[in-house]
Design a protein around this ligand. Structure first.
Ligand code: GDP
Length: 355
């Protein structure tokens, strides 16, 4: 007798923070997980390392496939061969600061990459459910706070514009072509796996390194910006819940609480017993041509319809990230004997430093 097919998911952007947490969540739930990985990138797979070590998972239920988001024929072939029940589209150029330096490729992958994927799905024999990881950046400088699913989109960065296009296309394919397609409108969500060019991880890494005497100071852009920071593993759970609901829909995933970059700095340095003001300098290179000053989401719909709520509060997120960076530095020291920390390479490799 044939074994029943396990639920199958495809994740684009599987090597990223959210992709790795989502893989773990889905594998725990018994899914077979396929992930798309950029071919010509040096993207590290270290976030998936624990899964690779588990032979029962890696050999049988986790599969990685090379495909860039502009490689339509390859993606189509992979989807026809794997026939996923659910597609989680997390891939794209995701750094707002970098998008000012590389607007064209940001739109190519973040905007057009989403449209291409939707077009491929349109022709598939099965119609997988589709989740697009949208972003609070679509609201740009909103005229109300907190924002909800009805707030007008007014993006102010190339990334925000690309995400707005992808969000509207996802909506359109749902409404016009009958897709089960959802937008998870995610506010900033952090974790020890956050990329080092995002402000939170940059700060926690620096606080850890400075406290160990391995870095002198931290160069920063605007400290006034305010964000609604949540905990990433909870956000991928929200995405999963969206595809399990009987109706497609768009949902804000947020905490509803905002803090400034300065609050984050203060809290992170307090974890290691230091005063942040003694260790930072403003550097104009980290200021953006247009700044999103304040974002705070209203997660009521996700709470009422999906029973989703963020759980981990701001202080706990900061503390977990700092502690993880302390551990990481200690283990690097044991392995390499290195004593200094260099900041992550500028993601745009160009004049402006965006990390
Ligand atoms: P974003 O909200 O997606 O842009 O997430 P980021 O973590 O990249 O930035 C959050 C906020 O921190 C933005 O308002 C940035 O302008 C501000 N910020 C201040 N200094 C820095 C810095 O050195 N690096 C980054 N990435 N952001 C900074």
């Amino acid at each position: 007798m044939q074994e029943p097919r396990t639920p199958t998911a495809m994740i684009t952007g599987i090597t990223g923070q959210d992709g790795s947490y989502l893989s773990e969540l889905l594998l725990d739930k018994g899914y077979t997980v396929h992930g798309l990985v950029r071919r010509n990138s040096s993207t590290s797979r270290k976030r998936l390392e624990d899964l690779f070590h588990d032979k029962t998972i890696y050999d049988k239920r986790l599969f990685l496939h090379y495909a860039d988001l502009d490689d339509t024929t390859t993606i189509r072939r992979i989807l026809i061969n794997t026939l996923p029940d659910e597609i989680y589209h997390l891939a794209g150029q995701s750094h707002v600061g970098a998008s000012f330096e590389i607007p064209e490729s940001t739109c190519e992958f973040t905007a057009m990459g989403t449209l291409r994927l939707l077009e491929i799905i349109r022709d598939l024999p099965n119609r997988p459910k589709f989740l697009h990881a949208s972003s609070s950046e679509i609201f740009g400088r909103p005229d109300r706070s907190p924002q909800n699913e009805e707030t007008p989109m007014r993006p102010v960065s190339p990334y925000g514009v690309a995400k707005t296009f992808a969000t509207q296309m996802t909506k359109l394919y749902c409404e016009s072509f009958g897709f089960f397609a959802c937008n998870a409108i995610c506010y900033n969500h952090e974790s020890p796996r956050r990329g080092e060019s995002f402000v939170t991880r940059k700060i926690t890494r620096a606080a850890a390194a400075i406290s160990l005497g391995r870095q002198d100071h931290l160069l920063m852009g605007s400290l006034d910006a305010r964000r609604d920071w949540g905990y990433a593993p909870e956000y991928v759970e929200g995405m999963w819940r969206m595809l399990q609901h009987d109706q497609p829909g768009d949902y804000i995933l947020a905490t509803g609480v905002e803090h400034s970059v300065e609050d984050f700095l203060r809290e992170a340095f307090a974890v290691v017993g230091l005063r942040w003001k003694n260790h930072y300098q403003v550097d104009a290179r980290y200021l953006r041509p247009a700044e999103v000053c304040e974002l705070r989401g209203d997660p009521s719909k996700a709470s009422e319809v999906l029973g989703w709520k963020s759980q981990t509060n701001f202080n706990e997120i900061v503390a977990r990230m700092v502690r993880s960076d302390l551990d990481l530095l200690a283990s690097q020291e044991r392995h390499s004997g290195s004593s200094r920390v260099s900041s992550e390479m500028d993601p745009t490799q160009s004049r402006r430093v965006t990390s």
